[in-house]
Each structure stands twice: as C-alpha cells, then as structure tokens.
Write a protein that binds this ligand. Structure first.
Ligand SMILES: N[C@H](CCC[C@H](N)C(=O)O)C(=O)O
Length: 282
C-alpha cells in the first residue's frame, strides 16, 4: 500500500508522497503519476509531488504534472511541501530550504495553532533571456516582451518569463470568458517553445491587482499556478502595467507577489491546505 497526503495551494491540488519512506523506481513514476492523478480511476490531482531527503537543502521537491512529465518548479506545491514537513514534525524550523531541479528556494513558514497556514517563498530571480526560458527568438539572448504570436488563427502578444519553468503571459480584456480550452493548448505546444510552456491569461484590474487563468504545461487548466502568478507579475511590471507588488486573483484563491527589483528576487506569499491522508494499492 502507498501512503499519500492530498493538499492544495489555492485549489492547485497535488498528491504528496514521502520519498524517504515510499521507494518508487524512477522509471515507474510517470505511469504511477498518471494513474494516481486520474480524477476517476485514481486519487485525483493536478499531479504528484515526492518529498525527498536532500544533502543540498533541507528537503527536495520532485514534481510531476498530471501527464507524468517532470516540472522544474511548482509554487503552490512548494508551499504545501513546507506545510507537510512542519505539520508532520519532519522539521521544527519556520525557515527552511527546498531544492527542485537544482534550484534552492528559501521559505518562511507562518504557523497558527501549531500548523502552517501561509508560506512566503523567495522564488528567486525571474529568467528573461529567450534562450534560457526557452523560447525561440531572433535574438536568443534578448527578452521576449509583448511579442506577437498567432494561435488558432488569432493574433496575441506574449511576454515570456521563466521561474525555473517556462511561462508565456498574454494580456486579455476578459479572463472569465476567454476561450482557454482552444488557445491554451495552442500556446502550450507552440513550436516556439522547445520544452512546451505554461500559458497565463491576465487582466489588469488596477495597478496593484490582476486577475488570471492558467493553462498549465502537462496538466491543462488549473485553479491556480504559483510560478504562473510570479511570471504574470513580472510580465505586468515589464510592460509597465502594474506596480512591482501585486495581488493575483486566481480561480482558486489569491496570491501576493512582489518583485524586489533591488535584489532581483520574486517573493510569493500564499496559503497551503491539507485535505486528507490516505493509502492506495499500487
Ligand atoms: N502549478 C505549479 C506550476 C506547475 C508547472 C508545470 N505545469 C510545468 O510543467 O511547469 C505552480 O503552482 O507553480
């Protein structure tokens, strides 16, 4: 039997597994992730996150999308990792480090009644060079800001940012009625993105508030995306549309994002929630 914990950050829900106790061979993980993530035949989730020991940070986050592909970073997920390790007594520290795909993040845990309620994460430096995102561009060392791109025969403008994982941010007039199911996959799998891309569709509400929906690489529409919210906030600032600290309204909740330009670090603050524990035959 495989023990797991179901958690979410703003409705972006993953299945969390203690990688120190549940030894799954690497080659079996993609298929297991697809099975566990299935909302009818499995536990159900946007993907699976293994929490592993690390000799480079306090813990390692190993994140998989619903389709079994590995992602470099997960904002909502890393906040839940912090809640998992603190609430389960794997640490008594309220400042911890978590490594994912070689990048270490530093987290401040806010504890209420002995359990983590919200987490502030230093999400690191936004990556803007086309070749590092990666996105194909004439000037591969340049930035991709408000560049035209055609999807399903319609013209959009995108701003590309990586938070360790690739994002394409498109500003739209109406987020709620936007045809995400058509445009999202077209952008996710566009040939300009060698590793595919997460696609954020953003409406500016005022200079401190935005609303967004997201079509995630390897999962589809999710109720929230932490790295996507960071990428959207950076894109808003780069396009002169908001201040450097914004409230991001998502379908599943709200995140606070700050791009500290003096340090060139992006900070994300938001909730983490445990839904239930369980075990499943594998
Ligand atoms: N939901 C995650 C992002 C997952 C990114 C994944 N879809 C990818 O392939 O990069 C978040 O809260 O940041």
């Amino acid at each position: 039997m495989l023990k797991f914990t179901k958690m979410h950050g703003c409705g972006n829900d993953y299945i969390y597994i203690d990688g120190a106790r549940e030894r799954i061979p690497a080659e079996q993980k993609p298929e297991l992730v697809r099975r566990l993530s299935d909302r009818h035949f499995g536990i159900g989730g946007d993907g699976v996150i293994f929490i592993n020991p690390s000799d480079q940070a306090d813990f390692e986050m190993e994140m998989y999308n619903m389709d079994g592909t590995r992602a470099e970073m997960c904002g909502n997920g890393i906040r839940c990792v912090a809640k998992y390790v603190y609430d389960k007594g794997l640490t008594d520290q309220t400042q911890i480090s978590v490594i994912s795909a070689g990048r270490i993040k530093y987290l401040d845990l806010h504890v209420e009644n002995g359990r983590v309620s919200t987490v502030k994460v230093n999400m690191g430096e936004p990556i803007l060079k086309a070749c590092e995102i990666p996105v194909l561009a004439e000037d591969e060392k340049g930035e991709v800001i408000a560049e035209p791109i055609e999807i399903e025969g319609k013209a959009y403008r995108m701003t590309c940012v990586s938070m360790g994982n690739p994002h394409a941010v498109v500003f739209v007039e109406d987020v709620q009625d936007f045809p995400l199911e058509q445009v999202g996959p077209g952008l996710e799998k566009h040939p300009r993105f060698p590793k595919r891309v997460n696609a954020e569709f953003v409406k500016i509400l005022d200079e401190e508030t935005i609303e967004m929906r997201v079509w995630e690489r390897g999962t589809g529409e999710t109720l929230a995306c932490g790295t996507g919210a960071c990428a959207a906030a950076v894109a808003c600032s780069l396009n002169g549309l908001t201040k450097d600290t914004v409230t991001v309204k998502l379908l599943g909740g709200t995140l606070q994002i700050q791009w500290d330009k003096a340090e060139n670090r992006v900070y994300m603050t938001g909730p983490a929630t445990t839904v239930f524990e369980g075990e499943i035959e594998i």
